[in-house]
Design a binder for this molecule. Structure first.
Ligand code: NDP
Length: 474
């Protein structure tokens, strides 16, 4: 049920929430509609004034209490995440910790907000330049990290003094709704955090078209980003968009192959490759190809894919059958144009519990060429699609040849060379010999069509603030 003004509010429109590992419904969620969203936004606007007037120290204390609560209840929240999203429990626990790190970080950052005084041309005056909360923030999040994507946005917005109206994905609304009570128990006044599950074209568009919403912070596909930007343009909102990626993963000739293969596999096992920063295009130096593929294949064989609630599994299902079919189409297109499957792991087929789940095999493909769809589109699934290269100049040019610029990975022994390659790539974040560089302490955002603005770091809070200048007699 939508969480509005500190209560769960029943509605007439319900939708089942499905466990993607079993295909069975976990529960029914009550969805919001246009009218309910408008009312929620109105009271969020009233609550925001009170919230903004609290001291930054007090706001920070609430956020740090949220972080503690998440860590204290990690097992319950991880269980919920696994049930509705499908990721293995260990990954779900990692997501809860990651979410908590943003509440901790922005809980600290709240007290570091400061303005400045600037000299006025008239000696009897001075300018006070004050960062001010934007107002009500509309947060729209996807299903791959149902808690962490919301946490990044909510923590920064609340620290800045904004209230939030959060629409989680209709596929994974449960952990977001669980946050309602947590916010309340941690001292956030009712109305400051409204959480409304619903359909993008209804609740999402009510948020993006509302005059009372000052900023939209969306994580989603680039297509949704365009739509949201278009809708928001009528009321000229601030925009923070974290959109699709097509990350290159480059294996230079002197890369340490075992670690590189291990890291690549860890990256693809995370949420079964349904991550915006996952390795989408893997470029391996041609001299390394056979060894690298052998290593990867051997490692892949040892991984268990199945129901995430079983701790022995390393990866879970994809989010739904449509996602599975989308991945199949990309694989089949590549096969029809000459690519080959070097290795495949479908061991979920041995587990009768997974029969009705949305499982997609983990596949290593070679012979990928630039004209294949898989080399240009976000796979968003457990497929490692390998291309080869000869010269460093050539791989830099290939890596940059997409409209996306979210993440990239460079593996190599000579750090000066790896750093040169990393600096030559147009992407918001680049890991050199590292597969998971994202942390609350650093700003993360995409370049090109992967987004606008950043989340995290000292900069993340600024997304939810604007400057007010007061000319004052002295
Ligand atoms: P979508 O773009 O389909 O949806 C994201 C959110 O936007 C959902 O809550 C969705 O609601 C909502 N939405 C859809 N249409 C509208 C609309 N017209 N107005 C307002 N809201 C709308 O993405 P997915 O959920 O499928 O997530 C996968 C995509 O997200 C991938 O492309 C991935 O790259 C990207 N992503 C980007 C990340 C980043 O940090 N850059 C991180 C994670 C994912 P509903 O569920 O009802 O459709």
């Amino acid at each position: 049920m939508p969480w509005i003004d500190g209560n769960f509010v029943p509605t007439d429109h319900k939708l089942p929430v499905t466990n993607p590992a079993t295909g069975s419904a976990i529960t029914q969620v009550h969805l919001g509609d246009h009218q309910l969203t408008e009312n929620a936004i109105k009271s969020a606007a009233v609550a925001q004034k009170e919230w903004e007037s609290t001291s930054p120290l007090q706001r920070g204390a609430c956020l740090k209490a949220v972080a503690k609560h998440l860590k204290d209840h990690i097992d319950r929240l991880a269980g919920l995440l696994t049930a509705e999203q499908g990721k293995p429990l260990a990954q779900a626990r990692g997501e809860v910790e990651y979410a908590a790190s943003f509440f901790e970080w922005f809980g600290e950052e709240a007290r570091r907000l400061s303005g400045r005084i600037s000299p006025h041309p008239e000696r009897s005056r001075e300018f006070h330049i004050l960062p001010t909360a934007l107002g009500v923030a509309g947060l729209i999040t996807p299903w791959n990290f149902p808690l962490a994507q919301g946490a990044k946005k909510a923590a920064a917005a609340l620290a800045a003094g904004c209230s939030i109206v959060w629409k989680p994905s209709e596929f994974t609304p449960l952990v977001a709704l669980a946050m309602g009570r947590i916010f309340q128990e941690c001292g956030l006044p009712d109305g400051v955090c409204q959480i409304i599950p619903g359909i993008g074209s209804e609740v999402g568009e009510s948020i993006t078209s509302s005059e009372k919403i000052s900023i939209i912070s969306l994580t989603g596909s680039t297509e949704t980003g365009r739509r949201v930007m278009e809708n928001s343009s009528r009321t000229l909102k601030h925009m923070s968009l974290e959109l699709g990626g097509n990350a290159p993963f480059i294996v230079l000739p002197d890369a340490e192959l075992d670690k590189t293969a291990e890291d690549l596999l860890s990256l693809k096992l995370l949420v079964s490759g349904q991550v915006c920063v996952t390795a989408n295009r893997v470029f391996v130096h041609e001299d390394l190809l056979d060894n690298f593929v052998d290593l990867l294949s051997t490692k892949l064989e040892t991984k268990m894919i199945g129901d995430g609630s079983d701790p022995s599994n390393h990866a879970g299902p994809v989010i739904h059958d449509d996602a599975k079919e989308g991945i199949n189409r990309l694989v089949n297109d590549a096969l029809s144009k000459g690519a080959e499957i070097a290795a495949q792991n479908s061991n979920f087929e041995d587990d009768p519990r997974c029969e009705s789940g949305s499982f997609s095999p983990f596949i290593i493909m070679t012979g990928i060429t630039p004209e294949m769809r898989i080399a240009n589109e976000e796979i968003f699934g457990p497929v490692i699609a390998i291309q080869t290269f000869k010269e460093t100049k050539e791989v830099i040019s290939s890596a940059n040849s997409t409209p996306y610029g979210l993440a990239a990975y460079v593996y190599g022994g000579d750090l000066a060379q790896a750093s040169h390659v990393a600096r030559s790539i147009d992407a918001g974040i680049i890991g050199v010999n590292e597969w998971r560089p994202l942390k609350a302490e650093i700003p993360f955002g995409g370049s090109k069509q992967s987004g606008i603005g950043v989340e995290g770091g000292a900069e993340g809070i600024q997304e939810f603030m604007e400057l007010k200048v007061i000319s004052i007699p002295v």
